[in-house]
Ligand binder design. Structure first.
Ligand SMILES: *[C@@H]1O[C@H](CO)[C@@H](O)[C@H](O)[C@H]1NC(C)=O
Ligand SMILES: *[C@@H]1O[C@H](CO)[C@@H](O)[C@H](O)[C@H]1NC(C)=O
Ligand SMILES: *[C@@H]1O[C@H](CO)[C@@H](O)[C@H](O)[C@H]1NC(C)=O
Length: 441
């Protein structure tokens, strides 16, 4: 599971919030760099076998006055930290390449988590996790990935060191990028960014640009098949358990059972981290105890019983059987061990385990997470996007909502968790990447 936020040096957070930005400059910058409008041509999701498939879809390019040049590349440092921080870092690299009008050379991700010892970071190629061709086909006209074999002259490289520290403002960063769009630097076949890794770069793009990149990330078949397996097991085991509870429903069809996924963050190191965060930020709605999560999930308005509750928890919590008791009658808690899928997970490194869990939470009928977790936030971003692309409104009312998401760290109606959408018109990803308790609804 994502424990990335624990690893994040708190300094970054402070730096981030300290960076004062001029809104005007920022908007002007956006206007400059968004040269074309992208309207998803059709709703791209279909429901089959209770599984949501993303169909063939490309981002159409209306006014393609600035196509990505196919002979100029951008290279970025290895991407590190938790899966979702890696996704954000990857998207930031893509958007930087887009701004420089270059192809992004397929970056290396990290299979393991960052624990200060950089030597222990096991690199994993992007295309071992996500489909390379699908990425380029869906993101066609927006951003493109290239391979090192596409580079004709490997010594024609210009190195771009990213600035750092308090004085390295967003404006200076933007100026630097502008400078690298011009000759003579622009003539180089490859611009290689050296130094800091992309998650901590200055951010210049609105949420919807990030969302566009995330839409193009489709898991490779092998990992997707593992996620399918987990979802099927949730319904099978859930159906057995429901029959035990209510024998009258013996004919229950597992495929019609809905499930709630709860990204339950109650492990000790998270608790220490979130208590610190509460103290520093003067916000007291970050940490939720096990009991509070169970109570709020049980109070979700309109939950039919029996309901399956999949607990997406950190591995170390799998040894703690108390997370399976204390749930309201009619809620059937399930975790990896009870589903018998812990062996599936153990085959894979951290990054892939996390990718499978993301997919399961993304597909759940209802998702409940913590607004201070990047993992939860990106799941909700994905679900908001899925809902919008199917033509549902992200309204806060109960009606007309498919795949609702909730935040258990915030109190909502009837003592339940608060309804949660990601504001797709937000001008920055800050709320998503660093957490907030101000959410739409
Ligand atoms: C997907 O779209 C592309 C371009 O629009 C097309 O060439 C391709 O055949 C499509 N693939 C499928 C599976 O429909
Ligand atoms: C490759 O790039 C280097 C550095 O810019 C240049 O000196 C060299 O002539 C280039 N080689 C070819 C074959 O273009
Ligand atoms: C979404 O963000 C935009 C831009 O920051 C803001 O104007 C709008 O009020 C926000 N909407 C909600 C529902 O918070």
């Amino acid at each position: 599971m994502e424990i990335s936020s624990n690893c994040k040096p708190t300094k970054i957070l402070t730096c981030y919030f300290n960076s004062v930005t001029s809104k005007c400059l920022f908007l002007a910058a956006i206007a400059l760099f968004i040269r074309s409008l992208f309207i998803p041509p059709f709703s791209a999701f279909g429901v089959r076998n209770d599984v949501v498939f993303i169909h063939n879809r490309s981002l159409s390019h209306a006014a393609n006055d600035s196509p990505t040049r196919n002979d100029k590349f951008l290279e970025v440092p290895q991407i590190i930290w938790g899966l979702n921080n890696q996704k954000i870092a990857f998207a930031r690299s893509c958007l930087t390449a887009r701004m420089l009008n270059r192809i992004l050379l397929m970056p290396r991700l990290s299979a393991t988590l960052f624990y200060k010892e950089v030597d222990l970071l096991e690199p994993i190629s992007f295309d071992k996790v996500f489909q390379f061709d699908r990425f380029n086909s869906i993101c066609n006209g927006f951003v493109q990935l290239g391979k090192y074999s596409d580079v004709t002259n490997r010594s024609d490289v210009f190195e771009l060191p990213k600035g750092s520290g308090r004085r390295w403002t967003k404006e200076r960063d933007l100026e630097q990028l502008e400078e690298h769009k011009k000759d003579p630097i622009d003539k180089h076949e490859v611009i290689r960014i050296v130094g800091k890794h992309p998650f901590v770069w200055q951010d210049h793009w609105p949420v919807k640009d990030y969302a566009k990149v995330f839409e193009c990330l489709v898991l490779v078949d092998e990992i997707m098949a593992e996620a399918d397996k987990v979802v099927s097991r949730i319904r099978e085991v859930g159906a057995e358990e429901s029959r035990k509870l209510e024998p009258a429903k013996a004919s229950l069809n597992p495929h019609t059972l809905s499930f709630v996924a709860v990204h339950m963050r109650v492990e000790k190191d998270w608790m220490i981290h979130c208590k610190n965060l509460e103290r520093k930020s003067n916000i007291n709605q970050i940490c939720s105890s096990k009991e509070e999560i169970m109570e709020r999930v049980g109070n979700i308005v309109g939950l039919k019983t029996p309901t399956l509750v999949y607990l997406a928890v950190a591995d170390k919590l799998l040894e703690d059987s108390s997370i399976l008791s204390g749930w309201r009658d009619g809620l059937i808690p399930l975790e990896k061990k009870k589903l018998g899928v812990d062996v599936v997970y153990k085959k894979y490194p951290y990054l892939i385990q996390s990718a499978i869990d993301y997919e399961v939470c993304f597909r759940a009928d209802v998702f409940v997470g913590n607004t201070f977790s990047t993992f939860s936030s990106l799941v909700v971003l994905g679900r908001t996007q899925k809902m919008l692309s199917l033509g549902f409104k992200s309204s806060c009312g109960e009606e007309d909502v498919r795949w609702p998401s909730y935040a258990y760290n915030l109190l909502g109606e009837s003592n339940g968790p608060k309804r949660w959408f990601i504001n797709m018109s937000d001008s920055s990803l800050r709320a998503v990447s660093y957490g907030t308790n101000e959410i739409s609804c």
